[in-house]
Design a binder for this molecule. Structure first.
Ligand code: CNA
Length: 369
């Protein structure tokens, strides 16, 4: 379109002067252009003969979702998660207004909030990252109901794989076996020297971070910063992610997504990797940016991301509210609530001793819709 209009002050082209006098013609032209663009981008859709995908959920709500699982139609469930599944454990997410990390980085003097997790910035100034890591160290927290719901899906033989953006390793603490979890953004389990790549373990890094020291390589003549193996903005995702995405998502019969704004790529794009007829359920406080039908869909008809708010939504369930509440609600509908509560209780047994503060993580099913 830019080529079609000349620089300011140029004589208008024939098409421009015509469309100025006949606005209805201009909108027809725009319509045709969009149609053409749509066909160019999706050549297979010519004459819009593509069959509408089948709606497999009786109702597009948590009840429909529970019925689908109860009827044994979901045997290869893939789950995806973000920081929202761990906020109830006391770990702040990135983007929640007020409580999210991005709203609380004033003291770090960063060029922008995302810099704290950007590899270029870390290489120059690792101190802010390690300062914040002290508050986020994974051994301080306990899994939430959502983590135990994942565990329950696994115990029942229904979990194909869990993909997490989280680095807190609470999935591990909840008892999900390593082969069932893809830590898409890595975790704190190991770290590597930025220069010589020598490996260090979590315990070694933890002691230094707790003592407000920047982990430095101990190899002779090195001394470079050691970075935990979490994926910073600007770094590639682990090979295990790339190797498993296609087989896992193409064979999934249900996708459950918990506590993520769905804005960080390429993770957010995974929602489009399941087959067209596969139901997708999104447990989140709000429709995250990446979960709404956007301008691109409106303009081109190409729908990427969840379509919870779209008029023709046939498969995307939005379970609004805290994901723990959503999980308890789903567990109740499935007849699994007692098992879920037992797992949670067992995992929190230590904190429930008199005087301990396990209350911060208590929740109930009321606020899920
Ligand atoms: P985000 O962009 O901060 O989004 C979190 C989403 O969860 C938001 O839409 C919130 O509304 C929602 N949310 C928050 N609490 C709850 C709750 N209790 N129930 C339901 N919804 C809730 O975080 P994303 O995970 O989408 O972004 C990906 C980043 C965040 C990844 O790179 C992570 O490494 C990174 N991160 C991880 C942790 C962690 O490991 N716990 C903590 C902070 C950031």
């Amino acid at each position: 379109m830019a080529e079609a209009s000349g620089p300011a002050g140029d004589k208008p082209s024939e098409a421009e002067s015509e469309s100025e006098s006949k606005p209805e013609l201009a909108s027809e032209q725009i319509g045709r252009m969009l149609e053409e663009m749509h066909l160019r981008l999706c050549p297979g859709l010519k004459e819009t003969e593509k069959e509408a995908p089948k709606q497999v959920l009786g109702t597009i709500d948590v009840q429909g979702l529970a019925k689908f699982i109860k009827e044994g139609k979901a045997k290869n469930i893939v789950t995806m998660a973000g920081a929202g599944i761990s906020t109830a454990a006391g770990i702040p997410d990135f983007r929640s207004p007020g409580t999210g990390l991005y709203d609380n980085l004033g003291e770090y003097n960063l060029p922008d909030p995302m810099a704290i997790f950007a590899i270029d910035f870390f290489q120059e100034e690792p101190a802010p990252f390690f300062k914040i890591s002290k508050a986020l160290l994974p051994d301080k927290f306990k899994p939430t109901y959502t983590h135990y719901m994942l565990r329950l899906l696994h115990d029942k033989g229904l979990l194909k794989r869990h993909y997490t953006q989280n680095i807190d390793m609470l999935e591990d603490k909840a008892g999900l076996p390593e082969e069932k979890v893809i830590y898409a953004h890595g975790n704190f389990k190991t770290g590597h020297c930025l220069a010589c790549r020598r490996q260090y373990d979590f315990e070694w890094m933890r002691e230094l971070v707790l003592a407000d020291k920047i982990p430095k390589c101990e190899q002779a003549n090195c001394g470079a910063t050691v970075k935990p193996d979490i994926v910073f903005f600007g770094e590639s995702l682990p090979a295990r992610f790339a190797n498993n995405v296609e087989p896992d998502f193409s064979s999934a019969d249900l996708l459950l997504i918990f506590g993520t704004s769905l804005v960080v790529m390429p993770f957010a794009a995974l929602v489009d990797k399941v087959k067209d007829e596969v139901p997708r359920a999104y447990f989140n406080r709000e429709l995250g940016e990446g979960a709404v039908s956007d301008w691109l869909a409106l303009l081109t008809g190409i729908k990427t991301g969840l379509q919870c708010n779209a008029e023709d939504n046939y498969r995307d369930v939005f379970v609004k509210g805290d994901c723990d509440a959503g999980c308890l609600k789903l567990a109740e509908l499935l007849g699994w609530k007692a098992e879920l509560e037992a797992l949670y209780k067992e995992g929190h047994a230590e904190e429930e001793k008199p005087g301990a503060s396990g209350d911060a993580q208590k929740t109930d099913a009321k606020s899920a819709s």
